[in-house]
Design a protein around this ligand. Sequence first.
Ligand code: AKG
Length: 305
Amino acid sequence: SDESIPVVDVSNWDDPAVADSICEASRKYGFFQIINHGIPVEVLDEVQAAAHRFFEMPAAEKVKFKRDPTAPGTAKLGTSFSPSKEKVMEWKDYLSLQYFSEETAAADWPPICKNEALEYFKRAQVIIRRIYDVLLKGLNLKGFDKSKESLLMSWIAVNFNYYPSCPNPELTVGVGRHSDGSALTVLLQDDVGGLFVRAPDGESWIHVPPTRGALVINIGDILQLLSNGRYKSIEHKVVPNLRKTRVSIAIFVNPAAHQVVAPLPELLESTGEKPLYREIVFLDYFKYFFSKGHDGKATIDWAKI
Ligand code: AKG
């Protein structure tokens, strides 16, 4: 596709043009990149280097972190997406670092990458709150505050994705077509490339070009549901690279596990719309998401009325 994902300069969050660009991109593409967000590029480089260090450890060391993706625990090594459910595995390994508190992270995250992941995560949180504030105001609602945390920013995972170079990229996928089950995702990619987003025409794909220092932000299924379809959770996929190993770091920002999610009542009230989605406990949505392989937008269809 000759379309591109918008790049938004967020050096001044109070500029109404910044908010407009973010909300418009979230309605049209479900994706945007941000630059000048205030996280020093060294912090981004260090967390990338930490991810490489983790995956380049001997298998015998890494395997100590292997867990079922839906089992409790704060550091889980996995491969593909949902290996016991999907028909074909994806060309990737990942380490999922669940954040419950600074103490559990400090105790359970692998020492080889813990400090860098925590530093990056702490700084990213500031940006996540800003983006939520903009997106809520873009629905003519009150901005983001503590009362919205359980709905939007409670259960958080920092995932390191590792896509080894692949001799036959055309025969496989790094990540299959899916939209995220999160409310919001913040993605740091390296300079290899390979992330593709479904274009608004529903057919072609838009490559998200690696941009040094930028963060890719995307709307997850839960925000589509809460916004009654205004903000779009768009399908994306990763194509592995013939020569280079790629690393990406995704922060999945979710509601609390037992939070009930539904189109925001204050939004329905102000617009007079009918809800397009039913009430769902987030943990049920999460389990359903992992109960099958990646297959495009099908997860959110499950919540449609
Ligand atoms: C995911 O982890 O769900 C992704 O889509 C990863 C995207 C990427 O690696 O660029």
